[in-house]
Design a protein around this ligand. Structure first.
Ligand code: GRF
Length: 187
């Protein structure tokens, strides 16, 4: 299955997907890595891996989220991708893109949804005294971080955790979870 990966930053989940797609038995192939930030480190990583990359800077579209998304959608359609994987894509989507890719767009979120949708999930898990935390891969629907859950991975929250130490523990699981769920989803 041809997939497009959308990123905004360092792209470590994208890298995990690149590595998974390199395995002979993996049922997906990355045909485009697209970033809304031209300076995203992950774009260079993808380029160095020999993948097609594209930056579509949301700032060039002012406040018009939908016209930015139309440009993104056109590029993804042109790539031939039939599935989108959001991987640290830090834009809230409008109904335009959500509806265009209904059932065909996955996201990874750094919490055990429905706990802690939105930002700063690790800080909030610690502040709330959660004993467990983790990550979720879900289908994207109109509500932010609300779509059907496809898979989760759990980690313990340790007594001396900081947001950074907890984020690192979760991230390790994200890199395993996303390829696993994608594979199962495509099977
Ligand atoms: C990850 O924690 C992801 O779950 C969240 O943003 C972070 C992106 O990291 N949505 P990376 O760009 O994949 O390294």
């Amino acid at each position: 299955t041809p997939i497009a990966v959308l990123i905004s930053g360092r792209g470590s989940n994208m890298r995990a997907l690149i590595e998974a797609c390199a395995r002979p038995d993996f049922p997906a192939k990355i045909v485009l890595v697209l970033s809304n930030r031209p300076d995203a480190v992950g774009l260079q990583v993808a380029h160095d891996a020999g993948l097609a990359t594209l930056a579509i800077d949301h700032k060039a579209f002012g406040k018009d989220r939908e016209s930015h998304e139309r440009a993104v959608n056109d590029a993804v359609a042109k790539s031939g991708a039939s599935l989108i994987c959001l991987a640290g894509y830090m834009r809230v989507l409008t109904p335009f893109l959500v509806n265009a890719w209904e059932g065909k767009m996955l996201n990874i979120h750094p919490s055990l949804l429905p706990a802690f949708p939105g930002l700063h999930t690790h800080e909030r898990a610690i502040a709330e005294g959660a004993s467990e935390h983790g990550c979720t891969v879900h289908l994207v629907t109109a509500g932010v971080d609300e779509g059907p859950i496809l898979g989760q991975a759990r980690v313990p929250v340790l007594a001396n955790d900081t947001a950074d130490s907890l984020a690192a523990r979760v991230l390790e699981q994200e890199h395993l979870l996303y390829p696993n769920v994608l594979k199962r989803f495509l099977a």
